[in-house]
Design a protein around this ligand. Structure first.
Ligand SMILES: [Zn+2]
Length: 207
């Protein structure tokens, strides 16, 4: 089996096709090509009115391969978007817009953040404290974007009955939580949604 085929099967990066693999001092560098022909703006997600300005190489940190760091590299089109006015690299399937990490890497960090404190995550994943926060922000923003069917519940913790209000998506799990159990607490959730997200959640069925 060719090494590129092996890495395609092992990494399963959405929308990517492995074209080269190099083993160096910094770890394993996997060069990929984006299989997406159609252009999509990473800023607004629009597909129309996009002009190719130039091409730039980009590198993402992926999950480690055994004891080696793993990097994904790809040359991408830099697009001028008439719809949102941004000049940004085209959107790719294996990473969130603007992220220096792959989706798989960020998803693991977010899962860990639900299980443990930040400091052990920084040691386990080899990233800085601030990066953990940025990853969580990106993933939560994306989950809020895809919210269709909300559930709201409260849980009590500690002996003196402190409460936590949780908002969950029925498909992806908890997307937001804050101390308290009244209408004002829940208002905090709606306050952080964009107008578009609020409009959509207004049509959702709350349970
Ligand atoms: Zn755009």
């Amino acid at each position: 089996m060719r090494v590129t085929t092996a890495f395609n099967r092992m990494l399963r990066l959405p929308g990517a096709s492995v074209s080269d693999v190099e083993f160096g001092d910094e770890g394993v560098v996997v060069t990929v090509r984006s299989r997406r022909r159609a252009k999509r703006c990473a800023g607004c997600g629009g597909c129309d009115g996009l002009q190719v300005r130039d091409r730039r190489g980009k590198r993402w940190r992926h999950l480690d391969l055994a004891t080696s760091r793993c990097w994904i590299e790809c040359e991408l089109r830099r697009l001028d978007c008439r719809r949102c006015g941004r000049l940004a690299l085209e959107a790719v399937g294996w990473a969130r817009a603007g992220a220096p990490y792959t989706r798989d890497f960020e998803d693991v960090v977010v899962w860990l953040a639900q299980q443990m404190a930040k400091t052990p995550i920084t040691k386990l994943m080899g990233i800085g404290w601030a990066s953990v926060g940025k990853i969580i922000e990106r993933v939560v923003a994306e989950r809020l974007d895809g919210l269709v069917w909300l559930g709201v519940d409260e849980i009590s913790y500690q002996a003196d009955h402190r409460y936590l209000t949780c908002v969950a998506d029925h498909q992806t799990g908890v997307v937001w939580a804050a101390p308290g159990r009244n209408a004002q607490t829940l208002q905090g959730f709606f306050a952080q949604l964009t107008t578009q997200q609020r409009h959509r959640s207004g049509r959702s069925r709350s349970t």
